[in-house]
Design a protein around this ligand. Sequence first.
Ligand code: DAK
Length: 264
Amino acid sequence: MGEFILYEADGAVATITINRPKALNALNSQVLDELDATLDAVDLDIVRCLILTGAGDKSFVAGADIGEMSTLTKAEGEAFGKKGNDVFRKLETFPIPVIAAINGFALGGGCEISMSCDIRICSDNAVFGQPEVGLGITPGFGGTQRLARTVGVGMAKQMIYSARNIKADEAYRIGLVNAVYTAEELMPAAKKLADTIAKNAPIAVRNCKKAINDGLQVDMDKAIVIEEQLFGDCFETEDQKAGMGNFLEKDKEKKLKVVPFKNC
Ligand code: DAK
C-alpha cells in the first residue's frame, strides 16, 4: 500500500505495518498519507480486527519525523498537526477494533498513534515517552489529550512535562499497555487476541467500540442513552438471532461461522 505501509489481510484479521525502518518508522507526511489511504481501503465486509505494528525489531514508531518538522512555518506546522490528527482520529473511530502491537520505541507521535488504537500490547524492549518539550514543542498528535485519558492526569503531566521515557514494565504498571510479551511472542499474541475478537458477533463488537468511545465524551445520563441505542441496534440482526439462537439450541459451533459483515 505504498512505499512505507505494508498491508496484509488474513481472513477476518488484517495487519498494517509502518515500514520505514531506516528512520525507526518515524511518521513523515508520506507515511501519514499512505496510512490514511490504507485505512480507506480496508474491506470492512471481511476484516473484523486490525493490528498496527512497526517494521523491524527495534522500533514501533520513533515519533513524527523531526527532519521534516524542523523547517516548518507556523502555518505548515498546523497543517502537519492536522494531517496527523485526522489520520489518528480515523484510527480511533475506525468501525472495527485496532490493536497496537508495539515492538520497540513508541516516542512522541509513536506513543500518540498507539493511544489512538483500542488496545495496546508491547514487547519487553518497548520504550514509551512524549519527548516533545525537549524539542521545543508540545505533543501535536493528541498526546496531551489521550495520555491524560489513558493513564490519568497526574501521570500524563509527569511524563509530558519531564519528557522522561518509560520502559515496558512501567507502561504496564500505569495502564498504558495491557500486556508485555517477549519480542517473539508479541505478534502471535496480537493475532490470537485479534482472532478472538473477530470470532465474536461483528455488529455487536462495532457497537461496543462506538458506545465506549462516544460515551466517554458525554455525561453519564447521555452516555447511557448512547448505550441503549447501540444495544437496540443489535436486535433483528442475523448476529443477534444466531447468537441467541445458538445459545438456546446449545449449538456453539454455529456462532463461530464467519459471514461477511454485510450479510449479518
Ligand atoms: N524523526 C526522524 N528520524 C528519526 C527519528 C525521528 N523522530 N527517530 C529516529 N530517526 C532516525 C535517526 O535520525 C537515524 O537516522 P540516520 O542517522 O541513520 O539517517 C535513524 O532513525 C536511527 O536512529 P538513531 O541512530 O538515533 O538510533 P538510536 O538507537 O541511537 O536511538 C532513538 C534511537 C529512538 C532513542 C533516537 O533515534 C531518538 O531519540 N529519536 C527521536 C525520538 C523523538 O524525539 N521522537 C519524538 C519526535 S517529536 C505537531 C505534530 C506532531 C508532533 C508534535 C507537534 N504539530 C504540528 C503541532 C509530534 C512530535 C514528535 O513525535
